[in-house]
Design a protein around this ligand. Structure first.
Ligand code: COA
Length: 251
């Protein structure tokens, strides 16, 4: 297991586990966590042994209670504090990691905690999870993509309701609006995430990565271009498989 200051990282049987690990501060996202996540996601991206990633959190009460508000007090203004925090493109890394990322969430999932989850591919919640983006109520706006990722996942009306009112959704409501893929009892959160991760990990790595890329890049395209992208990825994959079966020096 590699040790970082704010996260734990371990790998087992093709599954990488990133655990947010500031439970005494409800895993609030601070500058150190930003650097740790940036580093670990960079390593995962280039690690052929990792087939699926699970993002989870330590402690009983929270997946992540949002940006570390104490850092707001150490900067000239909340905006400057946020600028510092977002300087490294952790969100870009979340979105471009080739392997599927499953978020396994419990307790409070607020602010940047929720934005992190929105950058993941599959979201599983325990029944005690609560979701919210309180930024507007604090006089700021989400800065980790929330205004863009949330409407793409739950649609414009529901996204604006959450963003404008700062109101929270419980796990059942999150399931209803499609914010999470499933809700399980707390004791089943990791077993459910691991079962899904193992299933995905058992499939052809190239196919898994290509389908993720097709969906994520395709969502930013019109349908005709999306279909071209799918054909291109399919052709690339077939070519890569042929090359693997018949390496050039053996032909
Ligand atoms: N940043 C920094 N520290 C935080 C934090 C945050 N976003 N959220 C919680 N903490 C800390 C608390 O300061 C407290 O630390 P302490 O024990 O040293 O005083 C500890 O985590 C436990 O939090 P506490 O407020 O006592 O737990 P609670 O169960 O009473 O309330 C919340 C939980 C999530 C409702 C409450 O902590 C909260 O509102 N947090 C801020 C949420 C937020 O606005 N996030 C920013 C979004 S931009």
């Amino acid at each position: 297991m590699s040790q970082f200051e704010t996260i734990l990282y371990e790998k087992q049987d093709g599954i990488a586990y990133i655990t947010l690990n500031r439970p005494q501060k409800l895993n609030a996202y601070n500058t150190r966590m930003r650097d740790d996540l940036y580093e670990v996601l960079g390593a995962i991206k280039d690690d052929p042994d990792v087939r699926v990633v699970i993002l989870r959190a330590a402690g009983e009460k929270a997946f992540c209670a949002g940006a570390d508000l104490s850092e707001f007090l150490t900067a000239p203004s909340p905006l400057v504090a946020r600028q510092v925090r977002w300087e490294r493109d952790v969100w870009g890394r979340f979105l471009t990691v080739a392997q599927p990322v499953i978020a396994a969430m419990h307790g409070f999932v607020l602010g940047s905690g929720m934005e992190m989850a929105l950058c993941c591919d599959i979201r599983i919640a325990s029944a005690d999870a609560q979701f919210g983006l309180p930024e507007t109520t604090l006089g700021i706006i989400p800065a980790a993509g929330g205004t863009q990722t949330l409407p793409r996942i739950i649609g414009r009306g529901k996204a604006l309701e959450m963003l404008l009112t700062g109101s929270r959704l419980d796990a059942g409501q999150a399931l209803q609006v499609g914010l999470v893929n499933s809700v399980v009892p707390r004791s089943q959160l990791m077993p459910a995430a691991e079962e899904m991760a193992r299933r995905i990990a058992s499939f052809d790595t190239m196919a898994v990565r290509a389908v993720k890329e097709a969906v994520i890049r395709g969502l930013d395209l019109g349908l005709p271009d999306g279909i071209k992208l799918e054909s291109q990825l399919s052709a690339n994959m077939q070519y890569a498989k042929l090359l693997k079966q018949n390496p050039p020096h053996e032909r």
